[in-house]
Design a protein around this ligand. Sequence first.
Ligand code: PDD
Length: 282
Amino acid sequence: MNTSSTAYINGQFVPLSEVTISPLDRGFVFGDGVYEVIPVYHGVAFRLDEHLLRLNNSLSAIRLDNPYSDEKWATVLNQLIEENQAGDQSLYIQITRGVAERDHAFPETSAATIFAMSKPLPASQQAPIKAITLQDIRWQWCHIKSTALLGNLLLRQQAIDRGCQEAILLRDGVLTEGAASNVFIVKDGVILTPQKSNQILPGITRDIVVELAEENNVAIAETEISEQQLLSADEIWVTSATKEIAPVIELNGKPINSGKIGPACQVMQKLFNQFKQTLRNQ
Ligand code: PDD
């Protein structure tokens, strides 16, 4: 971990190692906060407007005012990118309900804690992964990008314990998402992904994939996907800011597409990479 990178805490840019947060912060005590993970390519925050809109939606859902306007966020994040060498990186933003005496009820007055940091993008982006299916034991408001991720952690760890990288989740026999990603399948040449609902996080990467498929006349549908459809899929991939489009080549110990990256996944990875390239040329 690079603790000498520059972080942002409540208005100040400081080395990450110098950030201090009170043990009474409601983020620490209750997980009472929300977050964003924003990839940065060539010094440009990817889909910043969409990330800031989702941040705003998460804040509204937990009844916390956005401490900053979008313009102010852009200024803070651009300075953070600059301070951290301006190249490719991943930004993390967290806002909590701040410091207060421990009480489940919201404090009458408290200043939000505003934190942001940068770290390198993982080298494993788009790398093939193995996954297992698990029952989605999380709460019903998965559309909120909440820092209270214990359900996600416990699920993902079960996958890791079984030599896999992701858990693909099913609620009442219906596909929801990955423990830290959205899921796409391919059946008979059509790409399918679950519709947005409060059962899944509205992934920014997911939206780009849907958009790029539609713009390029690649057959795609947002629809309910049964366990049976998932298990008999021709291809499966997961998407996230840090994984981009990662093919699942093995599910529950069985190879998918003979353990190779499928043709539809390759098409979408290519379109995604071209789209990213347009940022580099700006
Ligand atoms: N997580 N669903 C869940 C539960 C996630 O945690 C994530 C991403 C996604 C994909 O969203 P996006 O495409 O906007 O990254 C879907 C981030 C990367 C994380 O928690 O680190």
